[in-house]
Design a protein around this ligand. Structure first.
Ligand SMILES: NC(=O)c1ccc[n+]([C@@H]2O[C@H](COP(=O)([O-])OP(=O)(O)OC[C@H]3O[C@@H](n4cnc5c(N)ncnc54)[C@H](OP(=O)(O)O)[C@@H]3O)[C@@H](O)[C@H]2O)c1
Length: 495
């Protein structure tokens, strides 16, 4: 069962306009897009969602929407996605590509989008970008957010630009970074830029502004700064967080800051990969405060204070009701179209461990679906953690990403360094590896009916094209034997 979204726009002053025509949401698999879609559907809009990969997971999540696959960098795919669209939300970035690569990808994507939106007669575009004062040198991420806005606005289609600083909500990258730092460290060394000020905004308010912009013609073709009611230094933001968690932490100023080292260290301590941490931390060098408050007259509502948005996010996490998470968007390295058919026919290495049991299929499946995250891998956990730590050191995703929900799994969710590729109730769970590997790997759990009872199996698949990749497989084979054999025994025991 999937988590039901919480709707935020009940007190919005604007009225739904369901006869607007088709509304396109790009970045549908992302943190913001994923929360916007249910809100638009609940207000009666006809919504088309764009994803790059497999559409089935999002179709299941938003059955009332039309889900299409399109890479914004691909001309023809984008043409069909923008067919017969009235308003398009532009909620895309490529931070995963890391500094030096995301900038050009994002500009190309925006240019493509602007041109085709114009050709297709799209009536308006709504873009969520980043805050920042253009009078000062900006980090590459913030500069890029502005350049994307400029690129989109070069065309004939009017663009509404909403500019936000840090967004606080359960599952947001900034929230998880702060949460992990404050929870894990007694002393945090803060560089000089931690004295810079920021105007964080709650995810609820962001969604209200995004929906409100669609419903308010005064916003067409204009740019607005959106923020919460508090302006705080980054240091103060950490203090408030520690206060809520009732943690005593020492924030120790240090005079220098080597950005690469700092972001690498933060990425090792938090679930968020270095590519994203680096871009976000670079952004802290700039003050990000709303210069213009005009949106508050057009869309008046009481914005949520920083402290309250942290508490709400924590509550949501404690209730195990996180709806979208930063990890929902795909890392760049994996091939989105990989499917099991490929796996069945072409993988070169395979190893299987199984046992017979009289336990029911539903109990076994329930137990399989508890693996990973805080529960760990039931046996030899230190080995999984060690592999995860090596992955983090190599700037991979590691195991610290955990899982979005402790009780539910759905296709495309991350599960430590895996992503769920297939999930069939009481039958099968297929995981695709996203760790740094000299090849591609899958892990499949199966429950098969036998004459008496069930067969529970785990199958590891691996494919590589290099000699090093083959050596890697043979090196880990003895460990597989130990890990997987005990893993299924433990799954069976707990079921
Ligand atoms: N989250 C924040 O704290 C925050 C703060 C201020 C502003 N914003 C702005 O809000 C917007 C959305 O951010 P987010 O946090 O939701 O990002 P996110 O979770 O990282 O999602 C990014 C989305 O972009 C999609 N995407 C990237 N390249 C694409 C391409 N070539 N074609 C099609 N889709 C592509 C990704 O799809 P895949 O899954 O296929 O990769 C994903 O759905 C961005 O403009 C960002 O600057 C966010």
């Amino acid at each position: 069962m999937t988590e039901q979204p919480e709707l935020f726009c009940y007190d919005l002053s604007s009225e739904p306009k369901p006869d607007t025509g088709r509304v396109l949401v790009t970045g549908g698999s992302g943190y913001i897009g994923g929360r916007l879609v249910p809100e638009l559907l609940a207000r009666g809009y006809q919504v088309r969602v764009v994803v790059r990969g497999d559409t089935s997971a999002l179709k299941r999540l938003h059955p009332l929407s039309e889900v299409v696959a399109a890479d914004i960098l691909d001309h023809s795919q984008l043409e069909s996605a923008l067919d017969d669209v009235d308003t398009a939300y532009y909620l895309i970035h490529s931070l995963y590509l890391g500094p030096g690569e995301f900038e050009s990808a994002d500009i190309r994507a925006a240019r493509n989008f602007r041109r085709i939106a114009e050709e297709k007669g799209v009536r308006r575009i709504i873009y969520l970008g980043g805050l920042g004062d253009i009078r000062y040198p900006l980090s590459s991420h913030l500069r890029n957010r502005m350049e994307v806005a400029e690129e989109l606005a070069k065309g004939k289609v009017p663009v509404t630009i909403l500019r936000a600083a840090i967004i606080i909500g359960s599952g947001s990258a900034s929230y998880e970074i702060m949460h992990n730092l404050v929870r894990k460290l007694p002393i945090i060394f803060v560089p000089y830029w931690a004295k810079n000020r920021c105007q964080p905004i709650s995810i609820r308010d962001v969604i209200k502004y995004l929906v409100g912009a669609l419903e308010t013609p005064e916003t067409i073709g204009r740019s607005f700064d959106i923020g919460g009611p508090d302006v705080l230094t980054y240091e103060e933001m950490l203090r408030v967080f520690a206060n809520i968690l009732n943690r005593k932490i020492l924030l120790q100023s240090i005079p220098l800051s080597i950005m690469a080292f700092y972001s690498y260290a933060v990425s090792l301590l938090t679930p968020v990969p270095n590519t994203i941490v680096r871009c976000l931390i670079e952004g802290l060098k700039n003050e990000v405060i709303c210069q213009d408050q005009s949106i508050r007259e057009i869309l008046p509502f009481q914005p949520i204070p920083y402290r309250e948005s942290i508490i709400r996010a924590m509550t949501r996490e404690e209730q195990d009701r996180v709806y979208t998470r930063w990890s929902d968007a795909y890392p760049p390295a994996h091939e989105l179209a990989l499917k099991l058919q490929e796996l069945d026919n072409k993988t070169r290495f395979r190893t299987e461990y199984s046992l017979q049991t009289n336990k029911s299929d539903s109990k076994l499946f329930w137990s399989i679906c508890r693996i990973g995250g805080k529960e760990g891998w039931f046996h030899g956990n230190w080995m999984w953690r060690l592999r995860g730590a090596v992955d983090r050191i190599l700037m991979g995703v590691g195991t610290s990403r955990g899982r979005k929900s402790t009780s539910r799994l759905q296709i495309n969710d991350v599960l430590d360094f895996w992503r769920i590729e297939d999930l069939r109730l009481n039958e099968r769970l297929l995981l695709r590896s996203e760790m740094k590997l000299p090849g591609r790997a899958w892990l499949e759990f199966n429950i098969t009916k036998q004459d008496t009872g069930y067969k529970l199996s785990v199958v590891a698949y691996y494919d590589t094209h290099s000699l090093f990749g083959e050596l890697y497989w043979y090196f880990f084979l003895p460990f597989h034997h130990f890990i997987f054999k005990h893993l299924i025994e433990e799954i069976e025991r707990r079921s």
